[in-house]
Design a protein around this ligand. Structure first.
Ligand SMILES: Cc1cc2nc3c(=O)[nH]c(=O)nc-3n(C[C@H](O)[C@H](O)[C@H](O)COP(=O)(O)O)c2cc1C
Length: 177
């Protein structure tokens, strides 16, 4: 392969293509939604997820105080709403109302989930050691919900800027014997 140098500022565009998620938070009667693509699985079961949340986001304060959040996975049907939630600040507006998203009830945590997302996880903050330095939270998924009627969810995958991929063809690769 004839590889050439890639600008360091573009590195994230090749690595961040896990499903775009919508993180819901709430504290003292105020709830919010933000879009996120810098996240990673950290363990199978119990499932631990790590993510970077900038302290410039309104969601950051809500998460820090409540220590709970929802991870909601949107599909292409609500792509524009999902991205819009990542372009505006929730301090003075209610993004559920502004974008016509329905707050769903959580069973364990006190944070609304998003009804229009095909899967939603209820999470509790498990580790904040790297929050001050990197904005990196580790959360534990304590309850998970999925709409199994959706067979091939067309999730969104961020490629940087205004560019996204939609999940496509699925293939199976057998392990070597
Ligand atoms: C596709 C996409 C992915 C994003 N990923 C992240 C992320 O991983 N971490 C982060 O801190 N902000 C991320 N953002 C930016 C926040 O979603 C954005 O700053 C948002 O307005 C924060 O909302 P809030 O201030 O109401 O909390 C992303 C935005 C978009 C559109």
């Amino acid at each position: 392969m004839a590889k050439r140098p890639l600008s360091l500022s573009k590195v994230y565009t090749l690595l961040e293509s896990g499903a775009v998620i919508m993180v819901t938070t709430a504290y003292k009667g105020k709830s919010n939604i933000m879009t996120m693509s810098w996240h990673t699985m950290m363990d199978f079961e119990p499932p631990f997820v790590g993510f970077v949340m900038s302290d410039r986001n309104y969601s950051f304060g809500l998460l820090r105080k409540s220590r709970e959040c929802g991870i909601n996975i949107p599909t292409v049907e609500i792509a524009e709403k999902a991205v819009a939630c990542g372009r505006i600040h929730g301090g003075k507006i209610n993004k559920f109302e502004k974008f016509g998203l329905t707050p769903g009830i959580s069973s364990i945590i006190g944070v609304p989930l998003i009804e229009e997302c095909y899967a939603s996880f209820e999470c509790r903050v498990a580790d904040t050691k790297m929050v001050n330095k990197y904005g990196f939270f580790v959360v534990e998924v304590v309850k998970a919900w999925i709409d199994k009627a959706i067979k091939n969810p067309q999730t969104l995958h961020h490629l940087g800027g205004n560019n996204f991929m939609v999940a496509g063809k699925r293939i199976q690769i057998k392990s070597p014997k």
